[in-house]
Design a binder for this molecule. Sequence first.
Ligand code: SF4
Ligand code: SF4
Ligand code: SF4
Ligand code: FES
Length: 624
Amino acid sequence: MVNIEMETCRLTDYADLESYRANLQAKKTENKVITICCGTGCLAYGASKIGQSFKDEIKNQGLEGTVSVKFTGCQGFCERGPLVVIRPENILYQRVKPEDVSRIVTETIRNDLILDDLLYTIPSTNEKVRCEEDVPFYKKQLRLVFGTNGYIDPTSLDDYIQAGGYQALNKVLSSMSPDEVVDEIKISGLRGRGGGGFATGAKWEITREAPGELKYVICNCDEGDPGAFMDRSLMEGNPHSIIEGMVIAAYAVGARQGYIYIRNEYPVALKNSEIAIKKAEEKGLLGKNILGTGFDFSIKISRGGGAFVCGESTALMASIEGRTGEPRANYIHTSEKGLWERPTLLNNVETLANIPLIINKGAEWFYGIGTGNSKGTKIFSLVGKVHNTGLIEVPMGITLREIIYEIGGGIPGGKKFKAVQTGGPSGGCLPEEKLDLSVDFDELSRAGSMMGSGAMIVMDEDNCMVDIARYFLSFLEEESCGKCVPCREGLKRMRQILDRIIEGKGQDEDIELLIDLSESLTMGALCGLGGSAGNPVLSTIRHFKDEYVAHIQEKRCPAGVCKPLIRYYIVEANCNGCSLCIKECPADAISFQGKKQPVKLDQDKCTKCGACYDICRLNAVEVK
Ligand code: SF4
Ligand code: SF4
Ligand code: SF4
Ligand code: FES
């Protein structure tokens, strides 16, 4: 427990910060900490009610002072939320409900008894797992950047300081010149985690060397890829690590003002970053005369309206300036002429969160993790057809197979893996032959996909790759700002071609036409959104051409997804006439034929909703 005096005192030099940290550590009285994940996912499952119940129960059972309750950010295993972890033993309880709280306190906290029904069960072996680190989802991860999320309260600066926070800033301001900081980041080999994979140190050096007194540092938290929530969860769960990274970056490049650009639709990230900025300012870690060194750097929050294109650097800067979020020609580098035409350093959330780690542990340590040109770890959002979905942090170089089968737990329902889409909407789909590909910037690009910001969507045999290409292309078509013709018209034309293929009206020349249009888009688009927009189509044609051919030539959707090309049938040999599908059919298309007799399906009435297929337990409904 921290007293009021500690909450309000301003730190005036390096030694002050270290003695403040030592005081916090000495004041720790609790033997146990109950951490409740209050990331957006677990909040949606009711985590705040559970958290309040724990606080009440600890009080009622007279355990205040020896047991503390901590609300943390996302711990990654969102699909199993609400998550409760009891530390220091790291006992993980999943899918906790308010009615479980009292027995957790009575049995586990007071009597050290484990509640088996709340433990995670490995689906393949039915084995119950007691500790967080033994759950297969966590076992193969290397949670250097994201791991702290599970230990600290993001609204408490003291928690961050106690965990070693602002030590890197202290080191930089007390013993390193700006050039030395830039060199350290260059030596580490860190590359931008936002999509482009540009060398971070080189970017810092260009901004540092750009002429001009007034410079800016921007943190890009406009993560808009479907299925991605890495940056948002870092900002929600550990905002001080990003602020610390920004202050170090500002010192290195010579900036005095910074902006965090956050989507307005991320309320928890907005709230926690606002609190963190205020607390860091009060403590003298941000604002005027940081730690008494005479170095000034302030951060403002700029809210984005949710346009995908505003993740692009120049569009983002236009948006901060209050102009329409449209990209400009990219031959003018933002490192030299960015926000308000001043030299500007733009890094994404995850990149900045790596900075304190590199400074604390050293560039060589960081360089030793990963592969040739891809150093450190990467956070991915692993979603789609895998048992364990959520946020994972893995060393560069891990294989797709390890991610999908060991961390993700494989494909549910005994289905066959078909593809994994990496790199967001402009990324690519990789087939089974690529499962042993080592995940890094270069290998993914060579395989026709990309790292992007880290979305990873797993698909099984029930996904149609033509339909998937159409989904991503439509997303990009909607998000295109429309400024340049190849993107505005090219995407529309490509989507129309995919529409007609899906409707069974595809023509033989359509595949070549899609390839031509994708290539024109890559060459003629003004910004990265258009430049990479052809990837979903190109990669699915490259790896799943047979599915396009089946749609165009045989008028057949092999995965049974594209409605105009499929029909539902009753497999008479399997049907026992149970009538479940009759009750479920919204179109009265299935009729009873007598007890234990196979039912009949009227194709003229069928709307292809799939409800009968989903409900039948005897595989008596087939889709072809
Ligand atoms: S490529 Fe697309 S998103 Fe980018 S500027 Fe052109 S129209 Fe806008
Ligand atoms: S649910 Fe399956 S088994 Fe039952 S009547 Fe329908 S098709 Fe037949
Ligand atoms: S697909 Fe839908 S509409 Fe068609 S028979 Fe089955 S339940 Fe009825
Ligand atoms: S939001 Fe709780 S684990 Fe992700």
